[in-house]
Design a protein around this ligand. Structure first.
Ligand code: NAP
Length: 254
């Protein structure tokens, strides 16, 4: 299927590692131009290789960071066709192991740049009739325990997906969310290593994933995201798409 993405420009926050990296690489394979906003200098360069694209080595922390990343992308390429809000960290700020200040910081670092990048990209997305994909998490639906800040941000991302899909209807800008559950990435590996027996924990989890008793690959998430960014998804908006081998919804006894 030709996704007609050639020479289109897409911003990907956290696009140098894990799920974001797979999205950046898949866009490149489709002939699109990924703009990777991610602090990982070496990896960012590696992902782009000799292909077309731009790495903005930045950790998004303030509105000014998002504004400058969007301006940098537009001044380099003269267009923005889509945004993938992906950067996030499961930082385990819970009710018991946490405090109000840490909670506020966790929400800030997992949520605010989703709004800020969308806000500052909007004038360009209006011109291109672009598309936004928000990467959320199944923890927003199921809970995880011990991670209030991250989950509050992930839930808000789902609410904003519907809200923005409604607000942006007049501009034909589509907004969707993709919900991963268990994907082996550097983030996931860090989380796993917080258990005393990471391998046992991994076996326990993969055994509960209905389809194939295996983790979802970053590529499987990227395939959905890139499809949603393309005009082949031209009548899909405001949706929450679970790419999780049935983990969130199918009977655990299966
Ligand atoms: P990852 O392996 O940690 O990769 C994320 C990348 O984003 C890293 O390069 C990270 O840089 C960068 N990053 C983090 N905060 C940033 C910021 N404020 N500004 C710019 N870049 C930033 O994570 P992942 O597992 O691919 O997760 C990607 C998304 O999927 C997240 O939103 C996560 O919540 C969601 N998700 C993942 C899973 C899973 O199973 N992996 C499940 C559900 C949801 P540093 O490494 O330097 O921080």
């Amino acid at each position: 299927m030709d996704l007609s993405l050639k020479n289109k420009v897409f911003l990907i926050s956290g696009g140098a590692k894990g799920i974001g990296r797979a999205i950046s690489e898949t866009l490149q394979l489709e002939g699109a131009i990924p703009v990777i906003i991610d602090p990982s200098k070496e990896v960012g360069k590696l992902v782009l290789g000799k292909g077309c694209g731009l790495h903005i080595p930045l950790r998004l922390e303030t509105p000014a960071d998002s504004e400058s990343a969007v301006n940098h992308a537009f001044s380099t390429f003269g267009r923005i066709d889509g945004l993938v809000n992906n950067a996030g960290t499961n930082d385990r700020v819970g009710l018991e192991q946490g405090n109000p200040e840490a909670f506020a910081r966790s929400v800030q670092k997992n949520l605010m740049h989703y709004y800020e990048l969308a806000h500052f990209s909007l004038p360009y997305l209006k011109k291109s009739k672009g598309s936004i994909v928000n990467i959320s998490s199944k923890t927003a639906i199921t809970g995880q325990g011990g991670t209030s800040g991250y989950v509050a941000a992930k839930g808000a991302q789902l609410a904003l997906t519907r809200e923005w899909a409604a607000e942006l209807l007049p501009y034909q800008i589509r907004v969707n969310a993709v919900i991963p559950a268990e994907v082996f990435t550097p983030l996931y590996e860090n989380w796993l290593n917080s258990f005393s027996q990471p391998e046992e924990k991994l076996n326990e989890i993969t055994h509960r994933i209905p389809l194939g008793k295996r983790m979802t690959t970053p590529q499987e998430i990227a395939n959905m995201v890139v499809f949603l960014l393309s005009e082949k998804a031209s009548h899909i908006t405001g949706q929450q798409l679970f790419v999780d081998g049935g983990y969130t919804h199918l009977d655990r006894a299966l």
